[in-house]
Design a protein around this ligand. Structure first.
Ligand code: HAM
Length: 408
């Protein structure tokens, strides 16, 4: 877990702002869910997933409830839908922190932020296209170029079940040649073995059956239509038959946006898919659902690597230097800010030299200086900080003067 300091924190806010612009323009409204929920909500992510078995920050609260910090938001969105029963289609977005007890490394943290969207109540494969395209558009707005979109389908629940059995047989045949961890995973959920990054396992993963051979006609048609829609929008994608994603609620379309500059274990900048059974599992009516979440921390690392979406410190317009005790600066900064200028000042009644140093360091374009002579004559000195000239200005004309200077 880490602190995000200024000016980096300003970039986070702009990041969320760009995301909100993209998704609000497509009819999504913000949903805020609690950071803590009943553990049962998150168990629906899959009781054989790492997220649920190893990474949950769960505890018993003072009222004896077994609760957890959210490891993601989709399960909470499903829970909120089951609870409030909004009229579908329900198109929501969210932004905020999530918690997973993972091994921290570049691009992997125990507290990390996501922005995401979810749509509940629509089965249309063209919605899958919309959702995938919105993520794609967001990366484009950030200026990222090296993002790959990979897609796959997990089929209908029956297809998936038959596929899981085929995988089980395939990996069991590998016997002890499979890593001990993957043999353990195999007993719980054969799909997760496909996520293994261990070198021992790679040859067996490559030789494993493909889900496409288990798709029902309906699943195949749905996926084909999604691809047609992506083609129509000119969004480049790669079909990755071994993409299964790390959470168990997925059905049919799944996808990931991968960055080129991070290690392969952390290269997913975002991902999502359909989760048609989730709302029902949370006590709601049978409801199709689809969405994605994009990792803020990781995407900003990708931005740094690609040299796009840079940190932009707030530009100070005016720095007030008051060597008469500081009360003049109180009033001047107040007036300047009310007039719409970004204004900062020196404190602690420091010397002219020390305050001018601060003024220069602040990046301000202009310094407004008050000394004893100015106080007597009702003026201030306006100084251009890029080495330019300085001149006295009547105090009462300061705001107009600065406005005239700002509009050439
Ligand atoms: P996820 O793949 O677990 O999916 O996470 C989505 C994104 O969150 C990842 O691609 C990554 O960028 C970021 N992320 C995940 N864990 C970490 C971590 N420990 N440190 C930094 N970043 C991380 C979900 O969470 C699903 N809820 C996505 C979804 C929405 N599916 C349907 N709707």
């Amino acid at each position: 877990m880490r602190d995000i300091l200024p000016p980096e924190s300003g970039r986070w806010r702009r990041f969320v702002g760009v995301f909100v612009d993209v998704v609000e323009a497509a009819g999504y409204g913000e949903l805020a869910t609690p950071l803590i929920e009943d553990l049962g909500v998150f168990v629906r992510i899959g009781d054989a997933t790492d997220v649920v078995t190893k990474e949950m920050y769960d505890f018993v609260d003072k009222g004896d409830r077994h609760v957890a910090l959210r490891p993601e938001v989709t399960a909470s969105v499903g829970r909120a839908y089951a609870e409030h029963r909004p009229v579908p289609p329900w198109k929501v977005f969210y932004a905020g922190p999530n918690f997973r007890y993972e091994k921290p490394q570049r691009g992997r943290f125990r507290q990390f932020d996501q922005v995401g969207i979810e749509v509940l109540g629509v089965d249309d494969p063209y919605l899958d296209v919309e959702v995938i395209a919105l993520g794609w558009e967001f990366y484009r707005r950030l200026g990222l170029r090296e993002v790959r979109l990979i897609v796959n389908s997990l089929g209908e629940p029956d297809d998936r079940a038959r596929y899981v059995e085929a995988l089980r047989e395939h990996f069991e045949a590998a016997g002890d040649a499979l890593s001990a961890q993957s043999r353990e995973t195999l007993t719980k959920n054969p799909l997760r073995v496909l996520d293994s990054k261990r070198p021992d396992d790679q040859q067996f993963i490559e030789a494993a059956p493909d889900i496409a051979d288990y798709w029902s006609d309906d699943a195949r048609t749905h996926f084909d239509v999604v691809l047609v829609g992506l083609d129509r929008l000119g969004i480049p994608y790669e079909i990755e038959p071994k993409l299964v994603r790390g959470l168990d609620y997925y059905r049919r379309t799944i996808f990931e946006y991968q960055g080129a500059t991070l290690d392969s274990a952390q290269n997913a900048l975002g991902g999502g898919g359909r989760y048609d059974g989730l709302v029902e599992a949370l006590g709601g009516p049978p409801t199709p659902g689809i969405g994605f979440a994009l990792g803020v921390d990781r995407t900003l690392i990708a931005c740094d690597d690609e040299g796009v979406f840079p940190v932009e410190p707030v530009q100070i317009d005016v720095f007030v230097v008051d060597v008469t005790g500081g009360l003049e600066a109180v009033e001047l900064t107040d007036e300047l800010r009310a007039a719409g200028f970004v204004a900062d000042r020196g404190y602690d009644n420091r010397s002219m030299k020390a305050q001018m140093k601060l003024a220069n360091r602040s990046g301000a374009r202009t310094a407004v200086i008050v000394g004893d002579d100015e106080l007597v004559s009702g003026t201030v000195v306006v100084k251009a900080l890029d080495g330019g000239e300085q001149h006295p200005v009547p105090r009462t004309d300061l705001i107009n003067h600065l406005r005239r200077e700002a509009t050439p």
